[in-house]
Design a protein around this ligand. Structure first.
Ligand SMILES: C[S@@+](CC[C@H](N)C(=O)[O-])C[C@H]1O[C@@H](n2cnc3c(N)ncnc32)[C@H](O)[C@@H]1O
Length: 327
């Protein structure tokens, strides 16, 4: 991957975390992954030794460190190092209240700044699959103590999350296309300001009328998709946001609304990059085999369990556990 792609990825995630979400499926799941994913983590964390060091890879705003801290503080002596190559902004985190947790932003999983044999347990939730393999897998082995365990939840190509990601990618491409909702709103905005100032009649005049028709066409297209889509949330949100920007234009000009529209566009570009990454990095059976093979060689004295994790709405991901055969 070239450097500019990497920088764009880091920037997109940093922007996402700076808005305060606790985890990357903030719209789809309750706080800290309730349901089977939460159960999976609780069961792994229960078997941790009383004193241990845990590494969380691609931590984001620290959903796993928070869960682990809530489960163990006051009882166990668990030290957590949480790395991510983006800048993170966990609003819940207070160094004085959570002295056992250290965040390491700007750190890539492929090059961990920790000594060999440091950690008793390594975890990652929807993170490890974003790394370059096998480098990151070798790094996990290197920084793990000989009897250390590991657990990962990773994206599955047929999961509900990845299916919604694919649908959102289609919607984002449409919203961001020329003649899409945002572009047509940008073109009609100055005409609306002229109309509100009484300088023109939007129904008259070739260019103004054409812009208005193009916007109405784009908005109509979005409404049709909303009715037909199983995951229309993004479209509903964008239709409402753009509509309220148009409604807010005054006789003084469309400058503030054009600036806000540009912000919306940039947010959608970052969302498109994240959704594309999600879909691209979902782990198929071939990639899963690669993970198993690397760990089987690096940790022959461990068992590896790997299965889809599912609940009523369908598959949510892969659950992978690495455990020493003789703990
Ligand atoms: C889907 S989010 C998961 C965040 C968090 N674990 C959670 O469950 O909410 C993926 C994270 O992986 C990070 N990431 C992607 N590639 C990475 C890499 N090579 N090294 C470290 N972090 C990476 C991104 O910055 C992003 O924060």
């Amino acid at each position: 991957m070239n450097n500019s792609v990497e920088i764009a990825r880091q920037r997109a995630w940093s922007t996402y975390w700076s808005a305060g979400a606790l985890h990357s499926c903030a719209d789809s799941f309750e706080r800290n992954y309730s349901g089977v994913i939460g159960e999976f983590w609780r069961s792994r964390f229960q078997s941790l030794p009383r004193e241990c060091r845990v590494l969380d890879l691609a931590t984001g705003n620290g959903a796993l460190p928070l869960l682990l801290w809530e489960l163990t503080h006051g009882q166990n002596d668990v030290r957590i190092d949480a790395v991510d190559f983006a800048q993170v902004a966990p609003s819940w985190y207070q160094p004085t209240l959570h002295p056992a947790i250290a965040f390491h932003p700007g750190v890539a999983m492929e090059q961990l700044p920790f000594a060999d044999s440091t950690f008793d347990f390594v975890v990652s939730q929807f993170g490890l699959e974003y790394a370059r393999w096998p480098q990151a897998l070798h790094e996990i082995s290197r920084v793990s103590k000989p009897g250390a365990g590991a657990a990962f939840v990773m994206h599955h190509p047929d999961s509900v999350i990845v299916r919604v990601g694919r649908e959102e990618l289609r919607h984002l491409a449409l919203l961001l296309s020329t003649e899409g909702l945002l572009d047509s709103a940008r073109l009609v905005m100055p005409w609306i300001a002229h109309a509100r100032a009484g300088r023109i009649d939007l129904a008259q005049g070739d260019e103004a009328a054409r812009s208005k028709q193009a916007y109405n066409r784009a908005a109509g297209h979005i409404s049709g998709l909303i009715d037909a889509s199983p995951a229309p949330d993004l479209l509903i949100e964008m239709r409402a946001s753009v509509h309220s920007l148009l409604a807010g234009i005054g006789a003084g000009g469309a400058g503030p609304q054009l600036a806000q529209l540009e912000e919306l566009r940039q947010g959608l570009c970052a969302a498109e990059l994240r959704a594309a990454e999600l879909v691209e990095h979902a782990v198929d059976s071939q990639r899963l085999k690669e993970l198993m093979e690397v760990f089987q060689v690096a940790r022959p004295d461990h068992s590896i369990a790997c299965e889809p994790i599912a609940q009523a709405e369908g598959t949510l991901g892969w659950a992978v556990s690495l455990q020493p055969l003789n703990p």
